[in-house]
Structure formats: structure tokens, C-alpha cells
Design a protein around this ligand. Structure first.
Ligand code: SME
Length: 159
């Protein structure tokens, strides 16, 4: 399967999930979809901003993380929540901000989800591959994060 096609297919499947009539478990279905479709996505999670912290919501991966609650400003996740900008880390071991979750993780991408320019959550993905993420991943994930129905689901999620 051609890689560009995979992103297009991913977006279409994402939109299909959002349009499901049964509105429960949609965010879990979204993380499951990303984890299943992209082999290099080794762990996929959604964090929700609550007070001054990021609280872990739905996730999919081989292992659970101990980082269920991350203060805004801490780690790559907390940094992205503070700046509102995507963080693409090619090699987590050379980034001092990195909060280690899994020994196998080599690279990470964090994409903030915003409502009216305010960060309300984020998509956090770890890869066991070094340089696991590129511009196509950030464009793809940012387009998911900008979807209005998705933003509403994040807003309504009880963290
Ligand atoms: N590595 C993240 C913490 C979350 S785990 O990857 C699930 C960070 O540095 O903020």
C-alpha cells in the first residue's frame, strides 16, 4: 500500500467513525484506528486538559503508561500543551524534556487539539522507530485535531 494513500484512507476512516450514529466510545475508536492502521505508531493516546494538567483519556498500545497525569509545561506533552504547537521528536533520548513511558520508544509526536486557540487536549503518539514521524504525520494528525466534531468530543469528555 502506498504511504500517501494510507493517510488519505486514515482520514476517511476517521470521518466515518465520527459520523457513527452511536456516539459512545468514538475517541477510543479513533485511537484504535490510528494504532491499527499505522504500524509505526506503537502507542496512541489522547490527553485532555483539566485545570493545569493533562489527564490521559482513551489510549491503545501494548502497555499502559504511568503518566496518567502530566502538569502543563512538563515533558513533551506538557510543552506542546503550553505552546499550542506540534512537537515532532525524532530521537526522544536526546530531548531533555522527554518523560519516558516505555523503554522501546525512540520517537514521539504530540499534536495539540484546540478550541478557539485554547489547547483542550492532545494526540500523543510514540514510535519504537527512530525518526518514526515526518511532516506527513503532522499534517495528517493536525487535520484530525482540527475536526469540529472531534473537538466537541474532546470538550465533552469527562477526564
Ligand atoms: N513522553 C511523554 C509522556 C507521555 S508518554 O509518551 C505516553 C512526554 O515526554 O511528555
Amino acid at each position: 500500500m502506498k504511504i500517501d494513500y494510507l493517510y488519505k484512507d486514515g482520514e476517511q476512516k476517521f470521518l466515518k467513525i465520527l459520523n457513527k450514529s452511536k456516539k459512545s466510545n468514538i475517541l477510543q475508536d479513533v485511537v484504535n484506528l490510528l494504532y491499527k492502521m499505522f504500524e509505526k505508531y506503537s502507542w496512541v493516546g489522547i490527553y485532555i486538559v483539566k485545570d493545569n494538567n493533562l489527564i490521559l483519556g482513551p489510549w491503545k498500545g501494548r502497555q499502559a503508561t504511568d503518566h496518567n497525569k502530566i502538569p502543563i509545561g512538563k515533558g513533551i506533552c506538557g510543552f506542546a500543551a503550553k505552546t499550542g504547537k506540534t512537537e515532532l521528536i525524532n530521537n526522544v533520548n536526546t530531548d531533555k524534556r522527554y518523560l519516558a513511558c516505555f523503554i522501546s520508544t525512540k520517537s514521539e509526536i504530540v499534536v495539540p487539539i484546540k478550541r478557539n486557540d485554547i489547547v483542550i487536549g492532545e494526540i500523543d503518539i510514540d514510535s519504537d522507530k527512530k525518526d518514526g514521524f515526518n511532516q506527513k504525520d503532522s499534517v495528517f494528525l493536525e487535520s484530525l485535531a482540527a475536526n469540529r466534531t472531534f473537538i466537541k468530543l474532546i470538550d465533552d469528555y469527562e477526564a
